[in-house]
Design a protein around this ligand. Structure first.
Ligand code: SAH
Length: 567
């Protein structure tokens, strides 16, 4: 199990050097810097409070290079809501102090020591048990689970009060601890996967050493698994993962059961029975309690789940929005963080970054859409978490349809088992419209003027009918070097149905550096004002323009049509 990657948050250039030093200790961590004050960071943010709260709510460990008080005040409103919390640390801007603030059970003290070592200072540890014993007994390393937190707290205060302790079972991480050990002690730290009665004299720690192989057909899977474990006297806390046959990969009941039990779900090649599944998943485990539907595999140390079979692959087709980070939906941000592989046209892949060193980028030429879609499925079918990147919305003249077409054409059950999701984005027409006002405020028609994938005759026909129907028009792919004359022809067709005064909005590189927005008219519009990075919005007969106080114009198409309703 890997620890979550921390976020290093800074407010100014003064702390960048210290931030980089900390980043050397956590190479996957990204440095988040305040946009107006710091350049050359991995992520820019505009609002410190909102950023910190979002990271906290996403369970991201936070290393904030600022005063502890700022962090406390920022996160205070969230503290009561939450059970488990990520580690949160304040580090002095000059690197002279490391203060663990929250997340004692999430390993904040371990991180504080790691950072302090990197900065050659000592960490401000205030947890008594930790100070006395050199480790937090209530926070066993990954691969182990604490039995009961409340009993555990009492147990630790007993030890602090002078009781001695013996270790019962294998606890390699306690070798370095300074515990008041005594083989005759009444109190014990018990490490084992067997189910035990809760006792105040025992700190129970379960190695996550158990895999349960299941067949998807079982009714009420989570309860059946719990009952079977109980009957086998195996603690449910020792459960490391569920295992199923790869032929059942897309089964929702399996996914829900794993979610409810809070463990990962892994798949192995289908076998004659669940016992065989369990054996192939964990070859050196003891297989017990094999029923027709469930088999329990108990290993003698924590399982490395990443080595067991493979996960269900995921393929997310995402839209970045027009470019600006604020216009990217949070679901897309989360998906970018979880991806193992990123596919797309190089410009968009770069726009979606930065990525961690462990994330594989597959940049391709813009034209190879179907090939890219098939490549994405091949990777996802191996159990990887794949992203296909589009700008704007992936369903608008972009990759989502190509991905679905590739799936539709395939008879490979592994492709159909992939966890496929399309995540929307702000499309260029909507981003441009919003900056101009509301030119698409009434019925409108979206067209691509590219005749690469459709005959020009159909474009002319649709333009003619849409213009005749008095719809506002949004043109994607309006012009390119290989399609120089098409826009001029399109404007001629529109002009047959609209007056020269019809408002036109030209948005170029909207949401990207150097963006421009122009409001003009149909009569004044010429193709040389437009390039392939431009969105062309043409108003309907009701579209209006009026000046803004700060300069430029507002453009809108009213909600009503025909006669204005009385207000
Ligand atoms: N899926 C994208 C559109 C891809 S087609 C989306 O939903 O936005 C590419 C065309 O979209 C370009 O030729 C241009 O007309 C338009 N476009 C894309 N991004 C743009 C931006 N940031 N500003 C203006 N137009 C843009």
């Amino acid at each position: 199990m890997t620890r979550p990657v921390p976020a290093i948050v800074i407010l100014g250039n003064g702390s960048l050097a210290i931030a980089r030093k900390i980043q050397q200790r956590y190479p996957d961590a990204l440095i988040h810097g305040l946009a107006e004050r710091v350049e050359d960071v991995d992520r820019s943010y505009h609002e410190f409070g909102a950023t910190l709260r979002q990271l906290y709510q996403q369970d991201t460990p936070i290393i904030a290079l600022c005063a502890a008080g700022i962090v406390i005040r920022t996160l205070a409103p969230l503290l009561l809501e939450k059970g488990a919390e990520p580690p949160v640390l304040a580090v002095a801007e000059d690197g002279s102090a490391v203060v663990p603030l929250l997340g004692g059970l999430g390993g904040v003290n371990v991180m504080a020591r790691e950072i302090a070592t990197a900065l050659e200072v000592s960490a401000a540890i205030t947890t008594s048990g930790e100070l006395r014993f050199g480790t937090c007994l209530l926070n066993p390393p990954s691969g182990y689970a604490l039995g009961d937190l409340e009993l555990g707290k009492r147990f630790v205060s007993d030890l602090l009060a002078g009781h001695s302790v013996r270790i019962d079972g294998v606890a390699p991480w306690l070798d370095q601890a300074q515990l008041p050990e005594d083989p005759q002690a009444q109190r014990s730290i018990h490490v084992g996967s067997g189910e035990r009665e809760a006792s105040a004299n025992e700190l129970q720690i379960y190695p996550r050493s158990v895999a349960v192989a299941v067949s998807a057909g079982v009714a009420d899977l989570p309860d059946t698994i719990r009952t079977t474990l109980r009957q086998a006297k195996v603690a449910v806390q020792a459960l490391a993962c569920l295992v199923a046959a790869d032929t059942e990969m897309a089964c929702p009941a399996l996914r829900e059961a794993a979610l409810e039990l809070g463990v990962p779900l892994r798949f192995v090649t289908a076998a004659s029975d669940v016992g065989a599944l369990a054996r192939s998943a964990v070859p050196d485990a003891t297989i017990s309690a094999t029923t027709h539907d469930i088999a329990i595999a108990v290993a003698n140390q924590p399982l490395d789940v990443a080595q067991i079979g493979r996960p269900r692959g995921r393929l997310a087709v995402i839209g970045l929005g027009p470019g600006a980070a604020e216009l990217m939906v949070p679901a897309v941000k989360a998906e970018l963080a979880r991806a193992t592989d990123v596919l797309g046209y190089e410009t968009y892949v770069r726009m979606a970054g930065p990525f961690r060193p462990d994330q594989v980028l597959h940049c391709t030429d813009n034209r190879e859409e179907m090939q890219r879609a098939r490549h994405a499925f091949e990777l996802a079918a191996q159990g990887r978490s794949v992203i296909v990147v589009s700008s704007g919305d992936p369903g608008v003249f972009a990759m989502a349809a190509a991905v679905l077409e590739a799936l539709h054409e395939s008879s490979d059950p592994m492709w159909h088992s992939v966890d496929l999701e399309i995540l929307p984005g702000v499309s260029a027409s909507l981003a441009t419209a919003a900056q101009a006002g509301a030119p698409l405020g009434h019925d409108f028609c979206v067209l691509s003027l590219s005749d690469n994938l459709k005959p020009w005759a159909i474009i002319e026909k649709r333009l003619d009918l849409a213009a005749q129907a008095d719809l506002a028009l949004a043109f994607y792919n309006p012009i390119s070097r290989s399609r120089p004359w098409q826009l001029g022809r399109a404007l001629e067709i529109v002009a047959q149905h609209r007056t020269p005064e019809t408002p036109v909005v030209l948005g170029r590189d909207i949401g990207r550096p150097g963006q421009t927005l122009r409001v003009t008219t149909l009569g004044a519009l010429t193709p040389d004002q437009v390039d392939m990075r431009t969105m062309v919005l043409i108003g309907s007969s009701t579209t209006c323009v009026f000046p803004r106080v700060e300069g430029g114009d507002w453009v809108y198409t009213p909600r009503w049509y025909g006669t204005k309703p009385a207000s």
